[in-house]
Design a binder for this molecule. Structure first.
Ligand code: GLN
Length: 196
């Protein structure tokens, strides 16, 4: 497929930036707010933002189960930061009642980098992304505490995975949508193309 349609879950978070990055990576990007829109895309990005709010809105708008179902069926999905949290099978320190979509066999720690280091940037070598390091922007970012056997770690900081892939699912602790470098979205777009 040369022109995949990729949705961005548009309940909360930096939706516009992901739409622009997908566009820059050669996909046709559109916001997804309803189950019918979710049914019509070939892949889905879950943006950065606040995972507790995103969970609540997904629940209230009746999107949580459709999201879980589509991911279970194999829909390619990419989550950045809060989106990584949403794709984790388990989170270590959920706000009370907070649930995820799940799909990646990993345990994620929210706000893992701590107060003193709440926001920072780091150049990262990301497996599968050619052309030199990716500038990782970390904003109250999670890290991956542990992964199951089927999860490939693509990048680490201080030993902690900050980019992972399991099959059609991709997640990063950082925000490539904020840098103007579209290579991570390019990797995801290639995953969507390969899946269809
Ligand atoms: N700390 C946020 C959360 O728990 C994630 C922050 C982000 O997406 N920049 O959802």
């Amino acid at each position: 497929m040369s022109n995949p349609h990729i949705g961005v879950l548009a309940l909360q978070g930096d939706v516009r930036e992901h739409l622009a990055a997908l566009d820059g990576a050669g996909a046709t990007a559109r916001p997804v707010r309803r189950a019918e829109e979710l049914a019509a895309v070939h892949g889905l990005v879950i943006p950065g933002g606040e995972s507790t709010t995103m969970y609540k809105l997904a629940h209230v708008f009746g999107l949580l189960e459709p999201l879980r179902e589509r991911v279970r069926e194999g829909l390619p999905a990419y989550g950045s930061c809060a989106g990584m949290i949403m794709l984790a099978d388990k989170i270590l320190d959920p706000r009370s009642g907070q649930e995820t979509i799940g799909g990646i066999d990993m345990i994620v720690r929210r706000n893992a980098f701590g107060r003193q280091n709440e926001s920072f940037e780091a150049a990262l070598d990301v497996t599968g992304v050619a052309g030199g390091p990716v500038q990782g922007v970390f904003i109250r970012a999670p890290w991956v505490e542990s992964t199951g056997a089927d999860v490939e770690t693509l990048a680490r900081i201080d030993g902690h995975p900050v980019a992972v892939r399991q099959g059609n699912l991709l997640a990063t602790s950082f925000h490539p949508e904020l840098t103007g470098d579209h290579r991570v979205h390019g990797l995801f777009t290639a995953m969507v193309r390969a899946a269809h």
